[in-house]
Design a protein around this ligand. Structure first.
Ligand SMILES: Cc1ncc(COP(=O)(O)O)c(C=O)c1O
Length: 448
């Protein structure tokens, strides 16, 4: 057996026992596809700041950050205090409450396109609602999404992974659903222009930094073109800011790139580490959710009904208000981006110095990795090479992650989310872990 894997297994026996129990409870033993891992996932006991500790007592610099929800790191005191305070009042009133108003007002202040907002319980629900709003508003059924862009797991957006893909990503979605979905290659302006030309598209939805939070980068110029093309064809433009919102800037990618969508969708950071999402955008579109009780056929036939037991849950609202108030000033997003820039520069210097076929790049506080794929290095932080980043060679993905676990780093996919709690010591430790991991991979002949 590989020495890297042997070390992983030896250090994670408590996780192994929990994974064995979990496999008798959950499909593949997990509660989210991305948490599945071989030989077994790590089981985490607690987290603070930029670190987390597993049940075997191993410590990690954490780059998952609650799947991107924790721009402020784990257990930020102001957010924890707000949650504790909310708990003294109750976890669910089944009624309107003050915190949801404050939370919504904060979203209106921060999100550039937000004239009105509606809370949901997740990002998946937010994109589902945005697309329903777009269809209701335009009277058109077709939706355009970009190849590989992720918008949650509801029927329409799981669509097909490729425009001409033979197989749907999720078996169990009726074929007919795809009749109303057009998938265009990401970044291809002419393909988008052609898809919108018949003027039968309700909405274009995309991840503003590119598929999978920028693993496949999208040029900001494409966003501006998409904005123009949607406007001239009567199509709504939906920016899915579930990851980028409140991270790239207090007003997300929309603020950072100066592109104003008709609707944007949010979750993760929005709710300060608790479950929650929202659709924000133009008042005349979000107004389709209004109840009018005016004796007309509006309520019964022309509006969109929307329920949801946990919409604007008071504990999530408390966490959301506290987190967004901290983020509004801009220092937290800047600190996280600066830490990511430092990490990217240090990793590229390490790879160059050791002659490793690897490179790192970042957009704001989201960073990614190429390894063993002959990819070039960016000139500084953001991906600016003429070719697409090639990512981590498939046979290296798991050994790299085992090795990094062994040396105290937990990646998200093959990159990570940096928080404002990541300090110099966390970045230094990560670079040391990479240096050690590269040595391990080389000693097993996996990397040149
Ligand atoms: C861009 C994007 N949209 C939507 C979602 C779905 O959000 P949720 O997991 O809260 O349902 C995600 C989740 O990672 C996402 O990254």
């Amino acid at each position: 057996m590989s020495a890297i894997l042997e070390a992983f297994e030896a250090a994670h026996q408590g996780s192994r026992r929990l994974a064995a129990r979990a496999r008798r409870v959950f499909p593949s033993g997990v509660t989210h596809d991305i948490r599945a891992f071989l030989p077994w996932p790590i089981y985490v006991e607690r987290a603070a700041g930029a670190r987390k500790w597993d049940v075997d007592g191993n410590e990690y610099v954490d780059y998952i950050g609650g799947h991107g929800a924790l721009l402020l790191g784990h257990q930020r005191p102001e957010v924890n205090d707000a949650i504790a305070e909310a708990l003294t009042r109750g976890t669910h009133f089944g009624s309107s409450h003050d915190l949801e108003v404050a939370w919504g007002e904060q979203v209106l202040r921060m999100v550039p396109c937000a004239e009105r907002v509606r809370f949901t319980s997740s990002g998946t629900e937010a994109t589902m609602m945005a697309l329903r709003l777009a269809r209701a508003y335009t009277g058109r059924d077709r939706v355009v999404k970009l190849d590989e862009h992720f918008h949650g797991w509801h029927d329409l957006v799981v669509g097909r992974v490729a425009p001409d893909g033979a197989h749907p990503y999720a078996v169990g979605v009726p074929d007919g659903v795809y009749d109303w979905l057009t998938v265009v290659p990401s970044g291809d302006v002419e393909a988008l222009r052609a898809a919108l030309a018949p003027r039968d598209v309700a909405a274009v939805i995309l991840e503003p930094t590119g598929a999978h939070w920028g693993t496949h980068p999208l040029q900001p110029a494409y966003l501006r073109t998409a904005r123009e093309l949607t406007a001239t064809t009567g199509t709504l433009f939906v920016m899915d800011e579930v990851i980028t919102g409140f991270r790239m800037a207090p007003g997300g990618a929309s603020e950072r790139y100066g592109v104003l969508p008709d609707l944007s969708t949010h979750a993760k950071i929005l709710a300060g580490g608790m479950p929650g999402g929202c659709v924000a955008g133009r008042e005349d579109i979000v107004a389709l959710l209004e109840l009018r009780a005016d004796g007309s056929d509006w309520d019964e036939r022309r509006r969109i009904a929307h329920q949801g037991t946990y919409n604007a849950n008071p504990v999530a609202a408390a966490a959301g208000v506290a987190a967004l108030q901290l983020i509004a000033g801009g220092a937290e997003t800047a600190r996280a981006a600066a830490a990511a820039a430092r990490l990217v520069r240090a990793l590229n210097a390490l790879f160059a110095e050791r002659g490793v076929d690897g490179s790192a790049w970042a957009v704001s506080s989201m960073w990614h990795l190429n390894l063993g794929t002959g990819a070039p290095r960016p000139s500084d932080i953001e991906w600016d090479a003429a070719v697409e980043p090639a990512g981590v060679a498939a046979p290296l993905v798991r050994p790299l992650k085992w090795a990094l676990f062994n040396h105290g780093v937990d990646l998200m996919g093959t990159g990570g989310m940096v928080s404002s709690a990541h300090g110099d010591a966390d970045i230094d430790r990560t670079v040391e872990a990479f240096a050690a991991a590269v040595g391990d991979l080389r000693s097993e002949g996996l990397l040149q």
